[in-house]
Design a protein around this ligand. Structure first.
Ligand code: GLN
Ligand code: ZN
Length: 764
């Protein structure tokens, strides 16, 4: 008998119930008891749903009130000192203080910031980064894994508890001020894990799932050795059978290590890396079972049963069915919950998609096909084949014109007619910008009024004409403000956009929107990524109308504002029937069309934002070059069609870019504005050794903070930047768009920013 298993189920609820409950609790509108009751009811629904579907290993402790890494922090009592925890159990107040910080309305200065967040591997989920101190001690400070196991048990559901593995937990943490090597903390940490395992065994668990996603990363020898000693210890600690889960990639050089660990079962991501099955089979010892991740936990597509069954049957043939488990490639945390809710999609489209509930059913069906024979699922198998035949040949996916255009892409299309020096001269003849030109990155405050107008228009409560009139006056106001503030290059403010990807994907063919396809981004924050299902094309101009209108109001140049191909792709679910690089090229061609239309409409400066460029980096260093080559190429393809006279800008943010700074140079944008203030100007370290070839504006205003810097502070920062960037090369701008700020902050901050530029100009 193969087991039908799951590695994790989404927490937020099919209608984002958890989000609502948490936010009510935080704002004092819901009691703690009521919030906890509703969270328990979600867990119950999720367990029962998986039980009904026929899974035999159902996860528990995959639920979280905020984040599973924070849960691990609580479990081992790694609460940073600033939260003044009493050292007993981690109560909810301490838990949410770590997640969200502690405000003090009376005294702002005594507010305690939240712990840092960062992206979970190559996903858009953010986890709380554990912090370790010099004399770090650990203790069992939350029994959540045991409590939730018992909670399910009381409902008659025998679950497989999930723990974040101790080594991944340490490697994901940071020790920067203490300079501690996280692995030296293992001896301190492991007794807590041993205690949890013993308690789980006492509570009646037989299996435990320990997640060690760091096994798919480049590991030092010390880390590899730590895996050996740790799992020898943990296996000996209790009678539990340990399933060690790896996901998000292949084990590669860590494979021999992983199969030799004395664990009961090893989970493999066979969606990202199907080829590793054969490698593992050639090395697997007789004591080890394999959990085959054949259903894609990172994407929204139906599983092709024939393909999945081929892998499973190969496993069963080699190991026997007793040593095979079937599951998703990784936890289903990062896919939406139920495609049946998407009633606005037609049958065809819905049949191509599988969200968490559909994936759970698929796993169960695949297990039946092995346990009872393929004939047992014959109807479903036939239907699955029809779905794939239909999807493969659907005219909605294939656009012959797009295919032809992609075929015809040449290196030359990604190449501006001349080098930057010549372009700069030609642009300057047209733009007459002063030295140290000032600009902003696109959006201006999205006030309640702006959001209300957009929502009213979307729901039909505001007619097109009134909405247009509203946008006109909003744009006119922001143009006047920028003129008064003395900015040199203006923007239209992006009031018509709720989100920089959604706005474009709504206008591109080959992309669709869900109604309830939410996935957790962090805590109670959810995002609804668009789905790229077919060839992407741009039927008509997307931004020309409002950009041109803004330009008509002023004699200063207005910068057109676009989202780049890598970012549109990175923040969407992508099709799985062609490489990402192909999808990206298609989007690049669509953006290229828009760039050319803007140019033809008399827009001389066009910014193509690529904040997600770095996020797309593969998990292994060895794969970086390939990715960066096509990603940079796609940007250049989007930008490369214009004349020398047209100035192309790009904007990067949300991370530090020092390790890919040369690739950023290769994007060959005439001007880049790049996050710097927010990351303590670490960017300048890279620019000391690498001479950035074109023009650059390191962001001097950290727009994530409500603080308004003074003119003097800006002058200091600019002077600092001028140590590594020549004045002729330098632009003056904030770190990012201003959409989350208030006018009361933006008005003085930008006035100071312009004043600072003026002071420096006078002193040069
Ligand atoms: N142009 C966008 C804005 O200003 C850029 C946002 C971003 O980089 N995240 O909002
Ligand atoms: Zn930005």
């Amino acid at each position: 008998m193969v087991h039908a298993t799951n590695l994790g189920y989404p927490r937020i609820g099919a209608r984002r119930e958890l989000k609502k409950v948490l936010e009510q609790f935080w704002s004092g509108k819901l009691s703690e008891a009521e919030m906890l009751t509703q969270a328990a009811s979600l867990r119950q629904q999720h367990w029962q749903l998986q039980q009904r579907a026929g899974l035999t290993h159902i996860p528990s402790n995959d639920f979280s009130l905020y984040d599973h890494v924070l849960d691990a922090v609580a479990m081992v009592g790694a609460v940073p000192k600033r939260y003044q925890w009493d050292g007993s159990v981690v109560d909810l107040r301490t838990y949410f203080a770590m997640a969200r910080g502690m405000q003090n309305d009376q005294d702002q200065a005594s507010a305690i910031p939240a712990m840092e967040m960062t992206k979970w591997f190559d996903t858009n989920y953010h986890y709380i980064v554990p912090e370790f101190e010099l004399e770090q001690r650990f203790q069992l400070a939350s029994t959540k894994p045991i409590d939730e196991f018992l909670e399910a048990k009381a409902l008659g559901i025998h679950t497989r508890p999930v723990l974040l593995g101790p080594i991944s937990f340490l490697l994901l943490g940071k020790t920067h001020h203490s300079g501690v090597d996280p692995l030296t903390l293992l001896d301190q940490l492991l007794p807590v894990y041993e205690e949890v395992l013993r308690k789980l065994a006492q509570a009646g668990a037989d299996w435990v799932q320990i997640d060690e996603p760091c096994l798919v990363l480049d590991l030092t020898e010390a880390a590899q050795e730590a895996y050996r000693s740790t799992y020898t210890r943990l296996v000996a600690a209790s009678s539990l059978r340990i399933l060690l889960a790896t996901y998000f990639g292949d084990l590669r050089d860590n494979l021999p290590l992983a199969v030799q660990l004395p664990i009961a079962a090893l989970h493999l991501d066979l969606v990202r890396a199907p080829e590793q099955l054969e490698q593992v089979l050639s090395l697997v010892p007789a004591s080890l079972a394999l959990s085959l991740g054949v259903v894609d936990g990172r994407n929204v597509w139906r599983t092709e049963f024939d393909r999945a069954l081929a892998l499973i049957e190969r496993g069963v043939q080699a190991l026997g069915s007793e040593r095979v488990l079937i599951g998703p490639s990784c936890s289903l945390l990062l896919v939406p919950i139920d495609v049946q809710q998407e009633t606005h999609l037609d049958e065809d489209m819905r049949s191509w998609l599988a969200f968490a509930n559909q994936k759970v059913e698929e796993i169960s069906l695949l297990a039946r096909a092995v346990n009872e024979g393929r004939a047992a699922i014959d109807t479903e198998l036939q239907e699955n084949r029809r779905t794939f035949t239909n999807r493969r040949s659907s005219p909605r996916i294939h656009n012959p014109q797009v295919a032809e255009r992609v075929q015809a892409i040449s290196e030359q299309m990604a190449q501006r007619p001349h080098e930057h020096d010549i372009r700069k001269q030609r642009q300057q003849e047209q733009l007459h910008l002063p030295i140290l030109p000032t600009t902003t990155l696109g959006s201006y405050p999205q006030t309640a009024e702006v959001r209300a107008a957009r929502a009213a228009h979307k729901s039909g409560k505001m007619d097109d004409a009134s909405y247009e009139a509203y946008l006109r006056q909003a744009i006119e106001q922001v143009i006047r403000f920028q003129e008064e503030a003395g900015l040199d290059v203006l923007v239209h403010g992006e009031f018509e956009r709720s989100d920089m990807v959604e706005f474009f994907s709504e206008q591109l063919t080959g992309m669709l929107f869900t109604q309830y396809g939410w996935v957790q981004s962090y805590g109670s924050r959810c995002v609804r990524p668009p789905i790229i299902y077919g060839d992407v094309a741009r039927p008509q101009p997307m931004t020309v109308y409002w950009t041109q209108f803004a330009q008509s109001l002023t004699s200063r140049p207005v910068k057109g504002m676009l989202t780049g191909p890598v970012t549109i792709m990175q923040w969407s679910f992508v099709r799985d029937d062609q490489p990402r690089s192909e999808t990206c090229k298609q989007i690049a061609l669509a953006i290229r069309d828009e760039v050319l239309d803007l140019e033809a409409a008399g827009i001389h400066i066009i910014q193509i934002d690529e904040p997600a460029l770095r996020e797309g980096l593969p998990l292994r260093h060895a794969d970086w070059r390939t990715y960066l080559t096509w990603a940079v190429f796609c940007f250049r393809l989007a930008a490369g069609g214009v004349r020398d006279e047209t100035q192309i800008h790009t904007h990067l943010c949300y991370s530090e870019f020092n390790d890919i700074i040369e690739d950023i140079g290769r994007m060959d944008a005439d001007v880049i504005s790049i996050e710097a203030a927010r990351s303590q100007f670490e960017l300048l370290d890279a620019l000391e050794t690498y001479r950035y070839p074109n023009d650059i504006g390191p962001g001097i205003y950290d727009i994530h903070s409500p603080r308004v810097p003074t003119t003097a502070e800006f002058v200091d920062e600019l002077r600092h930047v001028l140590h590594v960037i020549a004045p002729e090369q330098m632009w003056v701008n904030p770190d990012c768009g201003l959409k989350t700020r208030h006018w009361e902050e933006v008005r003085p901050a930008l006035t100071h920013l312009v004043e600072a530029a003026h002071q420096l100009r006078a002193s040069l």
